[in-house]
Design a protein around this ligand. Structure first.
Ligand code: SAM
Length: 285
């Protein structure tokens, strides 16, 4: 390409919209590294959230079979038409990706796919949960996001960063930070650094007797972080603390433990215990 993306944006008179999380990546070394992290190959179908000025889209088009990119901001069309003019495997949709149903997405993408995105900050969590929880055939997600959010998603239990969002992601996949990106690589420069998180979807879903209850239990575990887990469960599930103390002891879980101190496996064991407690009054002793 003759002109840089920054020049194209300037010549098009493009005004960045902070409200849409528009901080664009233009450093080609970093863009290539994100492509590497995504493990995309010539067989890969990629869904990109937020084409922006098309820098990530262009890189993805070179390494993948096809790219389906959704951009909410119509005013980027002249820029994207120019930046992507020589590509033959990019499909652009000027739509809010959060407003599309699973059926609509599948109708467009028609295949197993990977998600790659430099996420808009204002809806990072909603977008992650949209694609990780859905039954869509998503194989992995390679997502650039605020560094602090990335640290929460990939935290170990018993650390301050560990929270309901960490467990929500662990329910559906394994997440790791692949690299940190300095804020200076974005235009305009945001107030925070970013990190790339690679999430591989689980092949086999988590087995638990009552999935909605597990979600509720996880939320309960972090509802009041200074309270013990028994106190929080007792209030939310309306079960006496004595009953819970006996149950915890049988399961080998310390009575005074807090929600952030236990891993996903223990939440699953506890959720199944609560299910059994509801179904069999003998356990309630
Ligand atoms: N991929 C580009 C890059 O790396 O430079 C742009 C990334 S920028 C952080 C996020 C982009 O997502 C913006 O262009 C913004 O307009 C777009 N966006 C924001 N909300 C969106 C939504 N709900 N659906 C689709 N695109 C959205």
């Amino acid at each position: 390409m003759d002109k840089t993306i920054s020049e194209i944006l300037r010549e098009a008179g493009f005004k960045f919209k902070k409200s849409l999380g528009q901080n664009f990546l233009t450093n080609s070394t970093i863009l290539n590294s994100i492509g590497y992290d995504s493990k995309a190959t010539k067989e890969s179908v990629v869904l990109e959230i937020g084409a922006g000025a098309g820098s990530l889209t262009l890189m993805l088009s070179r390494i993948a079979k096809s790219v389906f990119s959704f951009e909410i901001d119509n005013s980027l069309k002249p820029v994207l038409d120019l930046v992507l003019k020589d590509t033959i495997n990019v499909n652009l949709y000027y739509q809010d990706v959060l407003k599309l149903s699973d059926a609509e997405i599948l109708d467009i993408v028609k295949d197993d796919f990977i998600v790659v995105a430099n996420l808009p900050y204002y809806i990072t969590t909603a977008l992650i949960m949209r694609f990780i929880e859905s039954p869509l055939p998503v194989k992995s997600l390679t997502l650039t996001m605020q560094k602090e959010v990335a640290q929460r998603l990939t935290a170990q239990h018993n650390t301050p960063e560990f929270g309901a969002i960490t467990l929500a992601v662990q329910l559906f996949g394994t997440a790791c930070i692949t690299r940190i990106i300095s804020r200076n690589n974005f235009r305009p420069v945001p107030n925070v650094d970013s990190a790339v998180v690679y999430i591989e979807k689980r092949q086999d879903p988590v087995v638990v007797k009552d999935m909605p209850q597990l979600h509720k239990l996880i939320r309960t575990g972090f509802a009041m972080r200074r309270k013990t887990l028994i106190n929080n469960i007792s209030a939310t599930f309306n079960i006496s603390k004595d009953t819970l103390a006996k149950g915890f002891s049988k399961l080998g879980i310390p009575e005074k433990i807090r929600g952030e101190a236990i891993p996903l496996d223990t939440y699953i064991i506890l959720s199944d215990y609560l299910t059994d407690l509801k179904g069999c009054s003998n356990l309630n002793v």
